[in-house]
Design a protein around this ligand. Structure first.
Ligand code: FAD
Length: 487
């Protein structure tokens, strides 16, 4: 039986892979996607963005009911946590969204193979071959060819172009082995079947802080251990300081400037040693979450043997078309350099496919927001003040606190600020940093104007509805020129 041929074979169906597949099908390409996970959507939909935000939402409601309802004049007896039901709701959210991708694949005629893909060189027609080790329970997704020369679990397809979108995996620190039970990654921390007594989180960045918030809000004791002198060292320092204070107020304990080692891990407990300069303390915990970053996941695709070039961090090097060092093989998402974010992966996917189709698309890497979905949320776009100082760029700053914003007062959510950094020479917006309950939604307005090279005057002269949190953006923009009204 001859091997099936496609215009494009996508390996991995996360936000990078599935978005690329849909866009390619929209542009008329024949597309196959190989995904080893039963459900589509990758880490984002199955064990990352979506389940974490579903649980953060539930835990936020729980803590609101405990702390905030009384302020609004609503008295209820202490809320009771039904963790099993909370987890069930989260699974339901994940299922609806992963089913949605499956529906879109069918709608666009995308062929899905359920198995692990490996690059297998080119044939004489210069088509790239991909060997798929099919998962046994696959029959509903693809029909193995029954070719007598190949085992039925192996299937080979050919593509004019290949797109690698195999994502990332958690980094394991030296000397600590994740057992998936006591010593865990975020994957398992989104599946706990009971409230941890004491959760120790190694890593005070995006994922560590979100997991710490989630379990703290539900009542666990939580200690975050961070090697740097501040949490979120990748963000503007004022953001990290305000968030640090807010999270401490919520009862999360922090050990900054500290290193962690595992002293004992037997049964259902662990003992960790935390070292900060000369101070050493040992803490008992029932869960230790490792959240010190993620690494590109390329092992199973055979990239190491393919001659595809990697950078010093093990990420695949691509050119402006997202083409790797091998002609016809492309890569997007967490496996290439840049922030490991779902929207970055999907933006790259669309751009890569459109460039293959001869269009002139590009990703503006200065306009990719990074969000931490704690309470309050933190959202950053462009340069931090520290980066501008380091690069000796002259800038103006405008800042506005939510304590002076009418809507924030109505909501009893006044923590945080908007800070806008603008070029002193030409007034262009260079960076925006927001800490507030809905920072993730507010930042998009500024992303749009920054993408069009807007000045601060463009932002401040635009009407913002009243009363909204977005008025704080206008006021911060006015403050860049010392013209804020409500300050
Ligand atoms: P992935 O989503 O990792 O998908 C890769 C897919 O490839 C996987 O499904 C994998 O099974 C498959 N695969 C790998 N190798 C093979 C092979 N050889 N054959 C077949 N299939 C293969 N980002 C945000 O923007 N916002 C957030 O709020 C956010 N929250 C997060 C929370 C957590 C807890 C985590 C862990 C991550 C979060 N992220 C968030 C990051 C986001 O999930 C990733 O940046 C995004 O999923 C990367 O997309 P991708 O397409 O590159 O790869």
């Amino acid at each position: 039986m001859s091997e099936q041929k496609f215009d494009l074979i996508v390996i991995g169906a996360g936000p990078g892979g599935y978005t690329a597949a849909i866009r390619a099908a929209q542009l008329g390409m024949s597309v196959a996607v190989v995904e080893k996970r039963f459900t589509l959507g990758g880490v984002c939909l199955n064990e990352g963005c979506i389940p974490s935000k579903a649980l953060l939402e539930s835990s936020r409601l729980f803590s609101k009911a405990t702390d905030k309802f009384e302020l609004h004049g609503i008295s209820i007896s202490p809320p009771i946590l039904n963790l099993a039901k909370m987890m069930q709701r989260k699974e339901g959210v994940v299922k609806k969204l992963t089913d949605g991708i499956e529906y879109l694949f069918k709608k666009y005629g995308i062929i899905r193979f359920y198995g692990t893909a490996r690059l297998s060189g080119q044939n004489i027609e210069k088509l790239h071959r991909v060997v798929i080790l099919l998962n046994d329970s696959n029959s509903t997704f693809s029909e193995p060819p029954g070719n007598s020369n190949t085992p039925t679990s192996l299937f080979i397809i050919q593509g004019t172009k290949i797109l690698l979108a195999t994502g990332s995996d958690p980094v394991e620190p030296p000397g600590i082995v994740l057992d998936g039970n006591v010593v865990v990654s975020a994957r398992e921390a989104l599946l706990f079947d009971k409230l941890p007594e004491h959760l120790v989180v190694l890593g005070g960045s995006y994922i560590g802080l979100e997991m710490a918030s989630l379990w703290r809000r539900l009542g666990a004791q939580v200690t975050v251990v961070e090697m740097q002198p501040q949490i979120l060292s990748c963000m503007d320092r004022q953001v990290s300081e305000v968030l640090y204070r807010a999270l401490r107020k919520q009862g999360i304990h922090f050990r900054l400037n500290s290193r962690l080692s595992l002293v004992d891990h037997s049964g259902k407990k662990a003992v960790v040693r935390i070292t900060c300069n000369a101070d050493v303390e040992e803490i008992d915990c029932d869960r230790l979450l490792i959240a010190i970053g993620r690494r590109p996941f390329i092992e199973e695709t055979g990239i190491n043997d393919s001659g595809i070039l990697l950078d010093a961090n093990g990420r695949i090097i691509v050119d402006c078309d997202y083409q790797t060092s091998l002609s016809g093989i492309y890569a997007v998402g967490d496996i290439i350099p840049g922030p490991m974010l779902a929207h970055k992966a999907s933006d790259e996917a669309v751009t890569c496919i459109e460039r293959i189709a001869g269009r002139t698309s590009a990703v503006n890497y200065n306009c990719i927001p990074g969000i931490v979905y704690t309470f309050p949320e933190a959202a950053s776009l462009g340069n931090s003040e520290e980066q501008l100082r380091e690069s000796a760029i002259s800038y103006n700053v405008g800042k506005y606190n939510f304590s002076a914003n009418g809507r924030a007062r109505c909501m009893e959510e006044t923590e945080g600020f908007v800070k806008i950094l603008a070029d002193k020479e030409n007034d262009r917006i260079l960076g925006v940093h927001i800490v507030c309950s809905h920072a993730s939604d507010l930042i998009s307005e500024v992303a749009v104007v920054m993408n069009f090279g807007a000045t601060v005057r463009d932002l401040s002269s635009t009407s913002h509805p009243h009363p909204t949190l977005s008025e704080a953006i206008k006021e911060a923009a006015l403050d860049v020129h010392n013209e804020a009204i409500h300050y």
